[in-house]
Design a protein around this ligand. Structure first.
Ligand code: SAM
Length: 362
């Protein structure tokens, strides 16, 4: 049995716990910043490949230990079961945080942990893949965790072009979920930027596992074979639907945004499932049958931006009312909630690049 910490953006914890449970993981406990899950090693592949809301997967190495001196930190780190996890010569970078502890120099603590690991598995071989461990020393108690995902999981690999203020893929998925959109319904984003919401929706509707197009740090560890990644990749690949009957439409008035969205859709493998158009918000909205509007308007938090953005929100509200479609919307400044002129509820608050944003749906 392994115990993993699955990290997500703040505010998404309950959505993450529900998602992990829906992936068949039975032992899931929501916590601030993510969820703790317990399971067989295959759970690593399941989360990395299939979670659309997780950002990192970390494995606690051994048990927490008390430490007050650097030489003890090297010794106690070396005594942890690295040999079961890491291949000889693996390069490891340690990121330490020290609080309320005799050891307060985080850079020094990180170096000692790296030295301890090198003692256990042999010196790092230059040029090999680099893994990351997180070290937390709080009140003289040290916990060391190995990052199994590597680059944050919201980086699915397809979003290489961005327009203004792009929404992260995990945050886009969370908005789609709280809006109540389901893959059997069409979707419209009149302010799509680089198309993140529409493209993420297309991958959900096609049942493409979010991690299908990328690699993970644990592939460079001894956990690789026991986690059964190759088999899970094959299974996930075979579940992908060939096409969609719904329409997923994104529009933006900037040509560069439409171009970026087209490139992203191509890389995500959903170019044939989305319609990406250059159009002003005020142009007639598409006829889509049962649909949702899910959108991320400009935040309007820069000085002097507010009055133009107020008008924009008013137009979005008018469009939504005229369509009669349910909706989900990201708002950074509460003043714009009223500009929409809609009846709506706050669903969650999260952090987008250091800006506190709330999701509303109606
Ligand atoms: C915050 S960005 C959306 C980012 C997008 N969710 C993404 O992940 O890339 C808002 C977008 O609204 C577009 N926009 C602003 N005013 C518009 C208007 N009047 N008509 C159409 N698009 C507009 C901007 O060009 C910008 O790309």
């Amino acid at each position: 049995m392994l115990t993993l910490f699955v990290a997500c953006a703040p505010g998404l914890e309950s959505l993450l716990a529900a998602e992990l449970t829906s992936l068949g993981i039975s032992d899931v406990r929501g916590e601030p910043g993510g969820a703790t899950v317990r399971g067989q090693p295959s759970v690593i592949s399941t989360v990395c490949l299939r979670s659309g809301l997780a950002n990192h997967v970390r494995l606690r190495v051994g048990e927490p230990f008390e430490v007050r001196h650097f030489d003890k930190l090297v010794k106690k780190t070396a005594a942890l079961p690295w040999g079961e996890l890491l291949r000889p010569g693996t390069r490891v970078k340690a990121h330490a945080v020290c609080r309320k502890s005799r050891l307060y120099h985080s850079g020094g603590a990180g170096q000692r942990v790296e030295a301890g690991i090198a003692k256990a598995i042999g010196p790092a071989v230059e040029g090999g893949p680099e893994l990351t461990v997180a070290v937390r020393i709080i009140r003289d108690e040290c916990v060391i965790s190995l990052d199994l995902s590597g680059e944050a999981l919201h980086r699915r690999g397809w979003r290489q072009q961005t327009a203004k203020a792009p929404l992260r893929e995990d945050l886009a998925r969370a908005l789609l979920i709280v809006s109540g959109w389901t893959p059997d319904r069409s979707l419209f984003d009149p302010l799509m930027g680089a198309g993140t919401l529409v493209i993420e929706a297309a991958t959900m509707a096609r049942r493409m596992a979010p991690g299908l197009r990328r690699r993970f740090a644990f592939e460079h560890t001894k956990l690789d074979t026991s986690a059964g990644l190759q088999d899970q990749r094959k299974a996930a690949q075979s579940e992908v639907l060939p096409g969609l009957t719904t329409q997923l439409v994104g529009r933006d008035h900037i040509a560069g945004a439409v171009e970026a969205a087209e490139g992203n859709a191509e890389r995500a493998g959903v170019a044939g499932d989305v319609t990406l158009l250059r159009a002003e918000l005020s142009e007639p909205w598409p006829q889509l049958g049962p649909a949702h509007v899910v959108t991320n308007p400009p935040y309007g938090i820069r000085v002097g931006e507010a009055s133009g953005v107020h008008n924009l929100y008013t137009s979005v509200g008018e469009g939504i009312r005229a369509s009669g479609w349910p909706f989900g919307i990201v708002i950074a400044d509460r003043r714009f909630v009223r500009s929409l002129g809609l009846s709506l509820q706050p669903k969650l608050t999260t952090d987008h690049g250091g800006i506190k944003v709330s999701y509303y749906a109606g």
